[in-house]
Design a protein around this ligand. Structure first.
Ligand code: YH5
Length: 278
């Protein structure tokens, strides 16, 4: 499968890595904004050299409990960075749920939209369709501020699959080509540890939707919980194991903070995968 990201084509015949580039005050706390942009661009260059195929630029923290950010502020954070990295040999994706940010980011050089709200915000479907770039539709139960309070499902795997099927239909109805849609079960977004584990163990169920699957597990709380409360900086190996399990079950895009390590891990999975008998 191939995604057409404006001037770049993303070949998903083997799994690829999406590097996380947060442009939020909690990730750059030195106060000065020029240095923020400079260090973000420098980090992006490093990730490209480490083998990232996509760099995901996000200006709104969607971590559990995070406060929403205004449109102007989000643009002020992401646009200079997107402009500064548009020429790198990677696809630049914008992690946003706001239609105005989608439009401005695509003008600035973004070649993909990554929306944790799956284009449910008013005007988002139309904005994404007009940007004419691939979109990632992610499942989330609830809202970031409250989603981890009491996540509840009958059958999490079936419900996530049905939600994504509905959002694919909505996107296609809005004029987004089906071939430009990526789906994501949304690890950690309104899910308990057990829900996340059920999703990871049965990721193959999403293949029924016939779209590339993106997963983001890197450094998330589910890894901390598996490791009996390991802090974020101790979650690398668990994250690599999870990325490999996802890739083995057919995930096409692995979203991670640890690009070099994840590239090596999924290359290994892909090498073995070629010899799998079906
Ligand atoms: C995702 O899964 N996640 S932002 C809490 C953490 C660590 C990391 C330390 N955007 C996804 O990365 N987009 C985010 O605890 C995403 N899929 C897609 N498509 C959350 C994040 C994180 C949260």
């Amino acid at each position: 499968m191939k995604l057409v990201c404006r001037d770049k084509v993303l070949d998903l015949s083997a799994p690829v890595v999406m590097g996380v580039l947060n442009v939020t005050p909690d990730s750059f706390s030195d106060g000065g904004r020029v240095i923020d942009v400079v260090s973000a661009i420098s980090r992006a260059r490093d990730m490209a050299a480490e083998g990232a195929a996509i760099i995901d630029v996000g200006g709104e923290s969607t971590r559990p409990g995070a406060q929403p950010v205004g449109t102007e502020e989000e643009m002020r954070r992401v646009l200079p960075v997107i402009e500064g990295i548009a020429d790198l040999p990677v696809v630049v994706s914008v992690d946003t749920r706001k239609p105005e940010v989608m439009r401005a980011a695509c003008k600035a050089g973004a070649g993909m939209i990554n929306d944790v709200f799956a284009l449910r915000a008013p005007g988002a479907l139309r904005a994404a369709a007009e940007c004419a770039v691939p979109v990632c539709l992610m499942h989330m139960q609830g809202e970031p501020q409250t989603m981890q309070n009491a996540p509840e499902y009958g059958d999490v795997v079936g419900e996530v699959r049905d939600f994504l099927a509905g959002r694919i239909d909505a996107a296609v109805d809005a004029g987004i080509p089906r071939t430009q849609i990526v789906i994501d079960p949304g690890f950690g977004f309104g899910k308990s540890l057990e829900h996340n584990l059920q999703l990871l163990a049965n990721l193959g169920s999403l293949s029924a939707l016939a779209r590339p699957v993106l997963v983001g597990i890197s450094r998330k709380a589910m890894l901390g919980a598996i490791l009996s409360n390991a802090p974020a900086e101790r979650r690398l190996e668990a994250g690599l194991a999870a990325a490999c399990l996802a890739a083995w079950q057919g995930a096409s895009i692995l979203r991670t903070h640890d690009v070099r390590q994840t590239v090596d891990a999924v290359r290994t999975v892909a090498s073995v995968g070629k010899y799998r008998r079906h």
